[in-house]
Write a protein that binds this ligand. Structure first.
Ligand SMILES: [Zn+2]
Length: 339
């Protein structure tokens, strides 16, 4: 679509280009704030990209985000009502979109962080949105809190913007690691995807990626729907996909992890991790599924302990063996059977 026509459709009206001095100062501040939180990132590269991005103040209608980075013309549009301040959530979000833009020599857009732009389709858009929003909140020192979304209680770092997807990406980060997520999201490489595939399996990764996109699509349908038809069905659909995706991340990751456990110490680490994961689980139904899974895992942990015990009769100290199992058993009694 022709760029001017596109902006007319969105009703974004550019007012004036932002002064070069202001932009350079902003670029330095932005790089400082981002690298201060994630110090593996390249400060100079960030400054360079932001300095060479055209920025305009603009009239932006209320139904759009007050800051918009456009991939069509490579311009960052900022509402005239807003300061160019990197501590503003919307500004930072769009700056990250600018940083992750990856084009070939012919200027064709190929990748945006975790999102692949293919000839016929775009995959991973919602995964990328969640990753960007997670990074924004981390940079701005956000903290997790439990919010109510569609009647589900969900722990999330981003209560106003993509709360469900940000919770799910955090569950993936638990498995894959934050550094890899940040690197892949900002530098548009595939490390996050490859690591997630290693940890959860290839088909599972793509199912999760699709589910993220589905949640975002259905959410957009709810927002767009002026007649408010099918709203309940759509909300139920989001809930179902959320709970299913969460359980998929949990089970695929921990099933594979348990297989890799080689000794009693690793088993202890495994048990601790599984316990810790419960803090990320959203919705009562999700918690119930988690508890059921936990009970199943408890048997498997016990089996493993016995086999390690038999294999290393002399080496392993008995109190260590009893510790792992009892701690988990106590947890089960405390949390699950009291509910
Ligand atoms: Zn975005």
């Amino acid at each position: 679509m022709h760029i001017n026509k596109y902006f007319k459709q969105l009703n974004i009206e550019p007012i004036a280009e932002i002064d070069i001095r202001e932009k350079c100062e902003f670029a330095n501040r932005a790089a400082m704030v981002i690298v201060d939180k994630f110090y593996d990132l390249d400060y100079l590269k960030i400054v360079d990209i932001i300095q060479h991005t055209q920025m305009y103040t603009a009239k932006i209608p209320n139904n759009l985000s007050p800051v918009n980075y456009s991939y069509l013309d490579g311009i960052l549009y900022i509402s005239e009502k807003l300061e160019l301040d990197i501590n503003n959530e919307f500004v930072l979000h769009e700056v990250i979109h600018r940083l992750q833009e990856y084009r070939n020599k012919k200027n064709k857009l190929l990748q945006l962080g975790l999102c692949d732009i293919l000839e016929t389709s775009i995959k991973g858009l919602a995964l990328n949105e969640a990753a960007v929003q997670y990074i924004v909140k981390k940079v701005l020192n956000g903290e997790n809190e439990i919010v109510e979304v569609y009647g589900m209680k969900i722990p999330t770092i981003s209560k106003n913007y993509y709360p469900i997807l940000t919770n799910l990406i955090e569950q993936m980060i638990f498995a894959v690691g934050e550094n890899i997520l940040v690197d892949s999201t900002l530098n548009s490489n595939n490390e996050f995807k490859y690591s997630a595939i290693d940890l959860m399996g290839e088909s599972t990764y793509y199912e999760i990626q699709n589910n993220f996109d589905k949640i975002m699509d259905v959410k957009n349908q709810i927002l767009k729907n002026e007649n408010q038809t099918n709203v309940k069905e759509n909300i139920d659909l989001i809930k179902r996909i959320y709970i299913e995706t969460q359980h998929k991340i949990l089970t695929s990751y921990f099933n594979k992890e348990l297989k890799a456990v080689k000794d009693i110490n690793q088993l202890k680490v495994f048990g601790d991790k599984l316990l810790k994961y419960r803090n990320l689980i959203g919705s009562d139904e999700g918690q119930a599924l988690y508890d059921e899974y936990y009970k199943e895992m408890l048997n498997k942990i016990q089996e493993k302990e016995f086999s390690f015990q038999n294999r290393a009769l002399i080496v392993v100290k008995e109190n260590k063996i009893i510790n792992v199992f009892n701690r988990i058993k106590n947890y089960i009694q405390k949390v699950i059977f009291q509910n």
